[in-house]
Write a protein that binds this ligand. Structure first.
Ligand code: GLN
Length: 536
């Protein structure tokens, strides 16, 4: 079996430096040189997974094919690499402790005191090597969430220290991401925060092999020299990461800086070939040279935070690039939409996407939105809760089901057109118990989605508890809203469409999770195209 090499990515100085993008860009370059690479993320919080976190806390919850609710960085990994991630790619402190405590209860440590070192660190180390030991990957990149020096990251840092020692010099390296701030008053870039953060890492027994320095200005040779000398790395191991127009520029920027080469050298691996980024650069070209612009409204209740709908925003970027169309995204708070202002709130939009969500806040605004776009023949894509709102709107305004609702919002509605699945009724726990991950969906011949996917059987990822209520299916079909996709085993409705509308598609699943640079998602590609046609 091949010796898997490990790259650990840590962060210093501040959070939000974009470790996920750096990790994804490095992986992309290694992949483009013919190496198989994967990325995993270790997060220091106590939630077992981010599924129970509000998007305002931690941004979007990403979902893998195998049904893991994960950090949004896994979305970047998939978008960059076009390789699916899995349960094993995201581990939290909560998950680690849960597993150790379960082992303790089973008596696996019988007679012993269970401690952070070695029991927690052993569990972390085992999980850090899980994907590596599968033999599938040449290189495993592990991103450590948080910032060095945080109390809660310590067990991870200690685990990395032990692994570096166990695996040996050429088998594991540390890339440390820091910030080199520019002090306008002094007119200077400052290296001290980086020096301190490298020192903090050293206090835990880890020497950074490569420094990636986030900066708003180019690092001069002197600054690079200084960083190298005081942080104990080779000058070529000081890599500048300057602010970019788009995250999709970062692999090329890292290539120019030679990040992949230094990493390979440190890992004692051959460069093999110069990175094949032909497809990637074609995408970039289309992205940067749009021929048209469209305005797409994103109606949701977490719109104040960009990260809440990360995958949707990126899928729209991909769909736009595929058409060489720039997609201006106009975020609209659904709370603020009502029957009186909907026309004004949605003016000048070429298409509207109604976002996923949970709970009752903003629901009525979403329903008003659907009514408006349906009546005004504006292209509409409803995702998960957005699809459920389309169903409710149709029930109320076309089928005459007064007060129709989802039982998530009104349990005693006379028309529960969206309701609990049978198997959900007995579930009381909230964590990890929704319908999650990839499920097959049969598309109806002659439907819009069938034409869009050009396939009969698709597989898309889910994250929801409530479903279209099949008790009302006949009423809907008779009334002009058709089930254009369903789960072939359970018959659950996955896609709804209406007739006589240029583009009206509601999907119970989340197509955004599967859109990548190499494979922009067909639904988003068609949705952007429909926006363009509407504009004309
Ligand atoms: N709240 C809805 C449900 O649980 C929709 C979930 C979503 O939009 N992801 O079914």
């Amino acid at each position: 079996m091949k010796q898997t090499k490990y790259i650990f990515v840590t962060g210093g100085v501040t959070s939000s430096l974009g470790k996920g993008i750096i990790a994804a860009s490095l992986a992309k370059l290694l992949q483009a040189r013919g190496y198989s690479a994967t990325i995993q993320k270790f997060d220091p919080y106590i939630n077992v997974d981010p599924g129970t976190l509000n998007p305002y806390e931690h941004g979007e919850c990403f979902v893998t094919n195998d049904g893991a609710e994960t950090d949004l960085d896994l979305g970047h990994y998939e978008r960059f690499l076009n390789v699916p991630t899995s349960q094993a790619n995201n581990v939290t402190t909560g998950r680690v402790y849960l597993s150790v405590i379960e082992k303790e209860r089973r008596g696996e440590f019988l007679g012993k005191t269970v401690q952070v070192v070695p029991h927690i660190t052993n569990e972390i180390k085992e999980r850090m090597q899980l994907l590596g030991k599968s033999g599938e990957y040449d290189i495993v990149i592990t991103e450590i969430g948080g910032t060095v020096g945080d109390i809660e990251s310590l067990p991870y840092i200690e685990s990395v220290r032990q692994l570096l020692w166990e695996l040996g010099d050429n088998n594991a390296i540390v890339v440390h991401l820091t910030l080199v701030p520019f002090l306008a008053a002094a007119g200077e870039l400052k290296t001290k925060p980086t020096q301190h953060s490298v020192k903090t890492l050293m206090e835990s027994g880890i020497k950074a092999d490569i420094l990636v320095c986030r900066t708003e200005h180019n690092l001069s040779t002197e600054i690079r020299q200084k960083l190298a000398q005081f942080c104990n790395v080779k000058p070529e191991a000081v890599v500048q990461s300057i602010d970019a127009d788009t995250i999709y520029d970062v692999p090329n920027l890292m290539l120019q800086e030679g990040l992949d080469k230094v990493a390979l050298k440190k890992l004692d691996l051959p460069e093999k070939m110069s990175p094949d980024l032909v497809k990637w650069n074609e995408f970039l070209h289309r992205l940067k040279n749009p021929k048209h612009v469209v305005n797409v409204g994103l109606v949701g209740k977490y719109v104040e935070l960009q990260d809440s709908y990360k995958s949707i925003l990126e899928a729209l970027v991909h769909g736009g690039a595929e058409n060489q169309i720039k997609v201006n995204i106009i975020s609209i708070q659904s709370d603020n939409i009502n029957a009186n202002n909907v026309a004004d709130k949605l003016k000048n939009l070429d298409a509207v996407l109604v976002a996923p969500g949970f709970g009752s806040r903003g629901i009525e605004g979403k329903i008003e939105t659907v009514k408006f776009v349906r009546e005004n023949r504006i292209p509409f894509l409803g995702i998960c809760l957005g699809m459920q709102m389309a169903v409710i709107e149709y029930a109320r305004n076309i089928l005459g089901f007064e007060g129709a609702n989802t039982t998530e919002v009104n349990e005693s509605t006379q028309y529960p057109v969206i309701t609990f699945m049978e198997e959900q009724k007995t579930i009381t726990d909230k964590g990890g118990t929704m319908r999650l991950g990839g499920w097959d969906c049969q598309l109806k011949e002659g439907s819009k989605v069938h034409a869009i996917y050009a396939e009969e059987l698709i597989n898309e990822r889910h994250r929801h508890r409530y479903e279209f209520n099949n008790q009302f299916k006949e009423d809907f079909e008779k009334g002009g809203m058709t089930a254009a996709g369903w789960n072939p085993e359970t018959g659950l409705v996955e896609v709804v469409e209406i007739e006589n509308h240029p583009f009206f598609v509601g999907v119970q699943f989340h197509p955004e999770y599967k859109s990548t640079v190499a494979k922009p998602h067909p639904l988003f590609v068609s949705f952007v195209k429909a926006a363009m046609e509407n504009k004309k």
